[in-house]
Design a protein around this ligand. Sequence first.
Ligand code: GLN
Length: 224
Amino acid sequence: MRIALLYPELLGTYGDGGNALVLQQRWKRRGHRATIIEVNLSDSIPAADIYLLGGGEDGPQRLAADTLRKMKFAKTIKSGAHVLAVCAGLQILGESFAVEGDTQFDGLGLVDAVTTRGAVRRVGNMALAVSGKVLVGFENHGGVTSLGSGVEPLGSMLKGFGNDGVVDGFRTEQIWATYAHGPLLALNPWFADHILSTVTGQELDPLESIADTLYQRRLGALGL
Ligand code: GLN
């Protein structure tokens, strides 16, 4: 399996690059091979099974969006690969997002989602219900995201703000997008396995690790 980590020098707040390591390790522990390809600004987009986009500050986020457009990332996705996008990554995949004040900047237009500047920054622990399970994470963003009527959110808020205080992220056949940092997949081992099994089309053998204990403790700490 090929895991492409896009622009970690621009999009990697809160250790989001750790999502690549978690996917790689959980796949390897099932006896398979997984390669992480770090993609830098001057690189063309390599072939991969999943592309990871992390969070970022406004300036780097804008540069990442420009570069992804130049490198025709949207075309790569339309040809069938999967994407996990966190925070700035989520905003970039939409129609437009606010940067440096209230200026709306063009996103990649892969999903009907618009991010505008909220009145306050949203910082803190968050949790959302996703298909009967709980996804936990940490959010820090100024953007408020509205989804078009046909767009499915990733989940509904149990704690924190997410897109708009009600739901978080979005989900399409190929994309998982969320405001949750953590890194997300280190905090939520069940979600890492859900992604692996969707991307590879294989059922995975169960895998117990310290990550499961820490996940349960975090749920407890959040009163969930
Ligand atoms: N710059 C964006 C915002 O503040 C995204 C922040 C992030 O990725 N943590 O809304």
